[in-house]
Design a protein around this ligand. Sequence first.
Ligand code: PAF
Length: 285
Amino acid sequence: MIIADHPTALRQYLAGVKQKRIALVPTMGCLHAGHISLIHKAKCLADIVVVSIYVNPLQFGANEDLDNYPRVFEDDAAICKAEGVDCVFHPHDLYPEGGAKITLKVHALDNMLCGASRSGHFDGVVTVVSILFNLVQPNIAVFGEKDWQQLAIIRRMVSDLHMPVEIIRSEIVREPDGLAMSSRNRYLSPAERQKALRLSQALYLMQNDINIGGKAINIIDVGMDNLKKHQVSPEYLEIRHALTLKPENTITSQSRIFIAAKIGNTRLIDNAALFPQTMTNEATP
Ligand code: PAF
């Protein structure tokens, strides 16, 4: 496995594998089973797998956890090696000295859900992902469904900017008790870890309660009541169309539930199809 710590080293490596089908798995490190499932998917679909590990300052707001974001490169590199990754791209910085002067701006799909409270976050995400696409020039790139809004926005970027890369999505990986895997789970104390379970529990309760054609608000009440009972106040709990992310007032087969909540100081997100069994490919970003 090659570790490239600079774009030049990455380019040198890529020059030797030009004819091969390349998959990129963009990450910010602190790899867990969710990332490993992205790597597995990438390995199935390409000859060469490049994993990027870069904590992108541009996607963190002023009061967010950039400085404290877990950085465990040795562990990450060991995981990549064990999983048969071909190249880890781990640059010290991807922006010029003095910071990025040219960035991308998202004008759709970002004024709701996480975008509503994280101003500029998705601008930072698409900027770094487009830099990574330019550097790696992958045939495919694999993203997790846990960040559903991110996936929808990246798909839109690739389509609007005619980027020659296919975006592959990969299902959420959960702990046995239902908690969605996240690098931020390691911040949770044992008591917070228990409380964090209420997010996925709310999604399951809502899935169980649903009658197609019913009012979204009734289903939301089911989730909200349970969250309240366990002293969890979500930042949002919403039902939206899986593809357009528009609010769904009436439940349809394309409805998806989105939740975000702060547990202690840790902001967690999760989402699920309201009808997992009827979820079609057209309903995915
Ligand atoms: O999902 C993430 O880990 C990040 O947002 C990404 C896509 C690697 C961009 O920094």
